[in-house]
Design a protein around this ligand. Structure first.
Ligand code: C2E
Ligand code: MG
Ligand code: MG
Ligand code: MG
Length: 290
C-alpha cells in the first residue's frame, strides 16, 4: 500500500511534477546560453521627480532585464529570475546587467541625453548580496569611469533579511557611494525601524499600495506612513507602479518626491526610452501633475 494513494494518484502527481520540472529544466538550459546567444537585453523605465524644481522631469531610470529565448519566446523576469537564482546563474546575469546599464548610462551622458546627475538603478538578488559584490561593483564602476553616485542598487527586504552577509555588503556598497534602494517595501515582514540600521538611501513603496491608495484607506495610510517615516530617517521615497493621474496627483499632494509607473512611461528598449524621456529636448516637459 502506497502512502501516495495508489498508482493513479501517484501518476497525476508525478505528471504534474514532471511537466513543471521540465519547464524549469528548459529555462535553466536556456538561461545558461542566453547571454552568449544575445537573447537578453535591458529595458529602462524613467523615475520622475514629482516635487521640487525638477518636477515633471526624469531624474533617473530603473534597469529591467528582458529575455527572449529562441525556444521559449519571451519569458518574464518573475519566472526566470528565481530559476536563475536557484541554478546559480544570477551572478553572471547580474554582472551582465550592471555592465550593460553602465555602458548605456555612459553613452547617454556622453551624448548629452541625460543630466550629469542622472542615476540608473539595477536590481540585485539576495544571492548576489555576498562578500564579493562591493568589489565587483567597484571594478565595474572604475572600468566604465562612472561615479558611484550615478549608480543605484535595488534590494528587497526579504533579500536583506535572508542573507547574513547582506548588512556588511550593503555597508561597503554605501561606502563606495552607491545609492541603495529598498525595493517593494511593504510586502515583507520587516518594519522601517528594523531596516533603519541598514544604510538605505531610498525606500520604494510597492505598487500594490499605490494601486490601492485611492480605494483603500489602509493602503493610503501605509503610503503616508512610509513618506513620513522615511523623511524622519533621512531617506527619500519612490512610489512604484503609478498607473493613472489620480494616483500621481494623490502622491504629489502627499509630498512624495519621486514616482515610477506606466502613467509616465513603460519600461522600454534604449531608443524608445530616450525618445520618450520626459523633460528632455525630445519630449517637452512635464506631465504637470496638477
Ligand atoms: P521590481 O524591481 O519591483 O520592478 C518593477 C516591476 O514593475 C517591473 O516588472 C516593471 O515592469 C513593473 N512596472 C513598472 N511600472 C508599472 C506599473 O505602472 N504597473 C504595473 N503593473 N507594473 C509596473 P518586470 O520588469 O517584469 O520585473 C519584475 C521583477 O523582476 C522586478 O521587480 C525585479 O524584482 C526582477 N528583475 C527584473 N530585472 C532584474 C535584474 O536585472 N536582476 C534581478 N535580480 N532582478 C530583476
Ligand atoms: Mg526594482
Ligand atoms: Mg519594485
Ligand atoms: Mg518586484
Amino acid at each position: 500500500e502506497s502512502k501516495r494513494g495508489g498508482p493513479g494518484g501517484f501518476r497525476v502527481f508525478h505528471d504534474g511534477l514532471a511537466a513543471r520540472s521540465n519547464r524549469v529544466l528548459q529555462l535553466e538550459q536556456g538561461l545558461q546560453r542566453a547571454i552568449g546567444r544575445g537573447e537578453v537585453s535591458v529595458h529602462y523605465q524613467p523615475v520622475m521627480a514629482l516635487t521640487g524644481d525638477r518636477a515633471g522631469q526624469a531624474v533617473g531610470a530603473e534597469a529591467l532585464l528582458r529575455w527572449h529565448s529562441a525556444e521559449l519566446g519571451p519569458v518574464r523576469p518573475d519566472e526566470f529570475i528565481p530559476v536563475a537564482e536557484a541554478a546559480g546563474l544570477i551572478g553572471a546575469l547580474g554582472d551582465w546587467v550592471l555592465d550593460q546599464a553602465l555602458t548605456d548610462l555612459g553613452d547617454w551622458m556622453a551624448a548629452g541625453h541625460v543630466p550629469a546627475d542622472f542615476h540608473v538603478a539595477v536590481n540585485v538578488s539576495a544571492h548576489q548580496l555576498c562578500a564579493d559584490l562591493p568589489d565587483r561593483v567597484a571594478r565595474q564602476l572604475a572600468r566604465h569611469r562612472m561615479p558611484a553616485a550615478n549608480l543605484g542598487l535595488e534590494v528587497t527586504e526579504s533579500a536583506v533579511l535572508n542573507r547574513s552577509t547582506a548588512p556588511e555588503a550593503l555597508r561597503r556598497l554605501h561606502e563606495l557611494g552607491v545609492t541603495l534602494l529598498l525595493d517593494d517595501f511593504g510586502t515583507g515582514y520587516s518594519s522601517l525601524s528594523q531596516l533603519q540600521e541598514l544604510p538605505f538611501d531610498v525606500v520604494k513603496v510597492d505598487r500594490s499600495f499605490v494601486a490601492g491608495m485611492n480605494r483603500h484607506p489602509r493602503s493610503r495610510a501605509l503610503v503616508l506612513a512610509v513618506l513620513s517615516l522615511a523623511e524622519s530617517f533621512g531617506m527619500s521615497v519612490v512610489a512604484e507602479g503609478v498607473e493613472d493621474e489620480e494616483q500621481a496627483e494623490s502622491l504629489r499632494a502627499a509630498g512624495c518626491p519621486r514616482v515610477q509607473g506606466y502613467f509616465f512611461a513603460r519600461p522600454a528598449p534604449v531608443a524608445e526610452f530616450l525618445a520618450n524621456l520626459p523633460g528632455t529636448a525630445a519630449v517637452p516637459a512635464p506631465v504637470p501633475v496638477r
